[in-house]
Write a protein that binds this ligand. Sequence first.
Ligand SMILES: CC(C)(COP(=O)(O)OP(=O)(O)OC[C@H]1O[C@@H](n2cnc3c(N)ncnc32)[C@H](O)[C@@H]1OP(=O)(O)O)[C@@H](O)C(=O)NCCC(=O)NCCS
Length: 193
Amino acid sequence: MHRIVDGEKTRLRPASWGFSEAEMQRRFRWSSDDTLQYWSGTIPGGRSYSHFKETVGQRDWPSDGKRISYAILTKDGSLIGMVSCYNIDRRRQTGELGVYLGEQEYWGHGYGTDAIVTFVRHLFADLDFDSIYLHTYESNTRAQRSYLRVGFSVLEKRRRFSPRIGYHEEVKMVITRDAFARLHGLQQHAVTS
Ligand SMILES: CC(C)(COP(=O)(O)OP(=O)(O)OC[C@H]1O[C@@H](n2cnc3c(N)ncnc32)[C@H](O)[C@@H]1OP(=O)(O)O)[C@@H](O)C(=O)NCCC(=O)NCCS
């Protein structure tokens, strides 16, 4: 069941619950942030703000069930990023993780790792996933260190080409439910009002 889940430093809210006007404007601002786009690959944007607002809901939570997205909030409810699981394969009970903190002043203070632990626990404890994988640039040391702290392990490295950054080394990482449960347990934090 999709619901609000609490971490130690963050709270996650299903994107299907919608966003306030101020939150939508913040997300649109993120979509035109080059540094953020560089590191995280694809952040939903739009030809215009109204086009963005019209299309983002279907991108966050498409009706085909292939993606679910959650807002990353601070404990006092400020929207600082997004975390999602996409390429969902229900038959193999697996999916791909995507995450970014749009508010850069929050980078490097443990919010991202906390949000990832909270989200992955929700996927394993509540949404019947068996394993979660991800792809990241080898040059993205902060992200990799965060994923290693969560318990992801490197599956493979390969050389890729993208129009945005040209040739680069890409790392695929994976975590299973058992490995996560051993490290962090599957018990959710109690939701505080
Ligand atoms: C990736 C991201 C979600 C990580 O969240 P975060 O809150 O910044 O990370 P944390 O504070 O939890 O730190 C994670 C690790 O990176 C380390 N770190 C912090 N700043 C760093 C930096 N500038 N360079 C390298 N490592 C750094 C921390 O020490 C920590 O490692 P440790 O646990 O071994 O000490 C966040 O940085 C982000 O949104 N980055 C931009 C988008 C992006 O890269 N998304 C992922 C694409 S694959």
